[in-house]
Design a protein around this ligand. Structure first.
Ligand code: FE2
Ligand code: FE2
Length: 472
C-alpha cells in the first residue's frame, strides 16, 4: 500500500488499474487539468527545470524524492495514507460503527459539498500566485513557490479522486467545475472569499502561506477525523504536504523580520524605506489583513451546518480522538466571543453549534506560536517591538463581528474612529506601492533581495547557493 506505482499514467497507491471506470474518468480529466495548469499555473516557468520533491511513498520516513522536474511533467497522482485497521466512526450519532468505505446515501450531498469546498481552494491558490515567479527574491524562494504550487495541484487531484470515485456523475461534473472557476473572477469566482483576494507580492505570499495555508491545515485535520474513511486517508497524506507550505510562510516572514532588524541596527532608524527594507509596522498591517481574512474561512461562530457535519460523523474536531469526552457533545457548552452592544463578551453556547469557533481557537493558538517565534528574532536584536495577532473581531466579513467596527486590540469603535485609523491597521495604497517597488527579481544562485535574509539552510541538504531553478 505504501509504495506508489509510477509506471501508471496516473501515479497512485490505490490500485487504480483494478477500477477501469474510475481510471477512465481520471484519465479523461488529466488533460483538462494540464490545460488548466498551462493556462493558470506559474506564468513563464513551465519549461524550466525546478528542484522539486515528489512523493514516492506515504510512509512517515522518506516519502519524498528530490530532483529536477519541469512542472508540467510533475507526477501528480493519488496518494492515500495507510488505512487504519478496524477504524470506526469516532464521534457523532454513528460513533462506534465501522468507518464507511462508501458514502452513506443520506449524507451524499453534504459530503460532496465539503469535498468541493476544500477542493476549490487548491487550484485557487495556484491562480492567486501565478505571477509571483517573475519577482522572486531568490532562486531558493522561487523553488519553494513552485513546490507549493505543484502540491496544491496534487491536492486538487486528491479531491477530484474522491469525487470521481464516490459521487458518480455528479462527482465528475464537480471535477470539471473545479477547473472552470477562477480566483477573483466576478462571474465565476472561487467559493471562499480569501481565495479571491490577490497575492500580488512576496510579502503577501509568505503571509498567505502562514495564515491561509494554516486554515487549510485545520480544515484538513478535522476532515481527517471523518467517518468516511477515504476522505480521512486522503486528508492525512495532504497534511504532510501542507506542513511544508506553512514552513515556507513562517520562515519567509522570519527572514524578512530578520532583515528588518539588521537594517534597523545598521542605520539606527525604524524607517527602512530609504534603505530598501520592510519595516515592522508595515509587516504588522499585512499580518492584520491576512490573519483577519483567514479567520473568516472558519465560518460563523454559531453554525448549525457545523453541528450537522459533526453529528453526522463527517467532520470532527481538531485531534478529535485525543479528546477525553463523550464525542457527542449534546449536553456540552463552549465559550464563544460575542458582540454585546459596544463590548465583546464571552458566552457559553451549545458546543455543537460552536464547532467553527472551537476550530478557530485551535488555529489562533497555532498562529500565536509562530508570531512568538518571529518576536524572538526581534528580541534577540534588542529591538523594542512586538508583532501581534489582531483581535479575532477585527476586520471580519463573516460571522457575528461582520457588522461591527473593531480595533486590532479588540475595542469596539465607531465608524468615525475606524475611518480615521484603519490606515494604521491595514495595508495602505502607499504600503502596497512600496512593497511592489521592492519586487525586483533576484535570480543569481545564492543571492537574495535586500529586504529578506537568506535562509539558515538549503533544501534537502543542498547549499543555499544551489541552482534550485535552472533558468538558463
Ligand atoms: Fe492544499
Ligand atoms: Fe497548502
Amino acid at each position: 500500500m505504501a509504495g506508489i506505482d509510477y509506471t501508471e499514467r496516473i501515479p497512485n497507491n490505490v490500485s487504480l488499474h483494478e477500477n477501469r471506470r474510475l481510471q477512465r474518468a481520471l484519465e479523461d480529466w488529466q488533460p483538462k487539468f494540464l490545460e488548466w495548469w498551462q493556462d493558470m499555473g506559474p506564468n513563464g516557468y513551465q519549461a524550466k527545470e525546478v528542484y522539486l520533491r515528489t512523493a514516492i511513498s506515504v510512509d512517515a520516513q522518506g516519502w519524498a524524492h528530490f530532483g529536477y522536474v519541469r512542472m508540467p511533467e510533475y507526477r501528480w497522482g493519488i496518494f492515500l495514507a495507510e488505512p487504519e485497521q478496524g477504524r470506526q466512526v469516532n464521534f457523532g450519532d454513528h460513533k462506534g460503527q465501522p468507518a464507511w468505505q462508501e458514502v452513506p446515501g443520506e449524507y451524499r450531498g453534504t459530503l460532496r459539498r465539503l469535498i468541493v469546498t476544500q477542493g476549490d481552494t487548491e487550484p485557487a491558490s495556484v491562480e492567486q500566485q501565478r505571477h509571483l515567479g517573475r519577482t522572486c527574491p531568490s532562486l531558493y524562494d522561487l523553488r519553494n513557490l513552485f513546490q507549493v504550487n505543484v502540491e496544491e495541484g496534487r491536492h486538487l487531484w486528491a479531491m477530484v479522486y474522491l469525487l470521481d470515485a464516490h459521487f458518480g456523475r455528479d462527482g465528475r461534473e464537480e471535477s470539471e467545475a473545479l477547473l472552470q472557476r477562477r480566483s477573483g473572477d466576478a462571474d465565476k469566482p472561487r467559493i471562499l472569499g480569501a481565495f479571491n483576494e490577490k497575492t500580488p507580492d512576496w510579502l503577501s505570499f509568505f503571509m498567505f502561506c502562514f495564515f491561509t495555508d494554516r486554515d487549510g491545515k485545520y480544515q484538513l485535520a478535522s476532515l481527517a477525523e471523518s467517518g468516511f474513511d477515504p476522505l480521512s486517508q486522503t486528508c492525512r497524506f495532504m497534511l504532510t504536504e501542507e506542513a511544508h507550505h506553512m514552513f515556507v510562510g513562517e520562515a519567509g516572514i522570519m527572514r524578512i523580520v530578520q532583515r528588518a532588524c539588521e537594517l534597523m541596527r545598521e542605520h539606527k532608524t525604524d524607517d527602512l524605506r530609504k534603505h530598501g527594507g520592510i519595516d515592522l509596522r508595515t509587516m504588522q498591517r499585512y499580518l492584520n489583513f491576512h490573519c483577519s481574512v483567514s479567520l473568516d474561512l472558519f465560518g460563523s461562530e454559531i453554525s448549525t451546518n457545523a453541528a450537522n457535519f459533526y453529528t453526522a460523523g463527517l467532520k470532527g474536531r481538531f485531534e478529535e480522538t485525543k479528546k477525553q469526552d463523550d464525542h457527542l457533545l449534546k449536553e456540552a457548552t463552549y465559550g464563544v466571543a460575542e458582540l454585546d452592544g459596544d463590548r465583546i463578551v464571552m458566552r457559553e453556547e451549545p458546543a455543537l453549534v460552536s464547532l467553527n469557533e472551537r476550530l478557530r481557537d485551535d488555529y489562533v493558538a497555532d498562529c500565536a506560536r509562530g508570531v512568538a517565534r518571529w518576536n524572538e528574532v526581534i528580541r534577540k536584536h534588542g529591538i523594542d517591538f512586538e508583532l501581534k495577532l489582531p483581535h479575532r473581531a477585527f476586520h471580519r466579513a463573516i460571522g457575528s463581528f461582520a457588522e461591527a467596527r473593531v480595533a486590532p486590540d479588540g475595542r469596539v469603535i465607531s465608524q468615525a474612529e475606524w475611518d480615521a485609523k484603519h490606515h494604521e491597521w491595514l495595508p495602505t495604497e502607499e504600503d502596497k506601492a512600496y512593497i511592489q517597488s521592492l519586487m525586483v527579481p533576484v535570480t543569481e544562485p545564492g543571492k537574495f533581495a535586500n529586504w529578506i535574509a537568506p535562509p539558515a539552510r538549503g533544501i534537502n541538504g543542498q547549499p543555499v547557493d544551489f541552482e534550485y531553478v535552472r533558468l538558463a
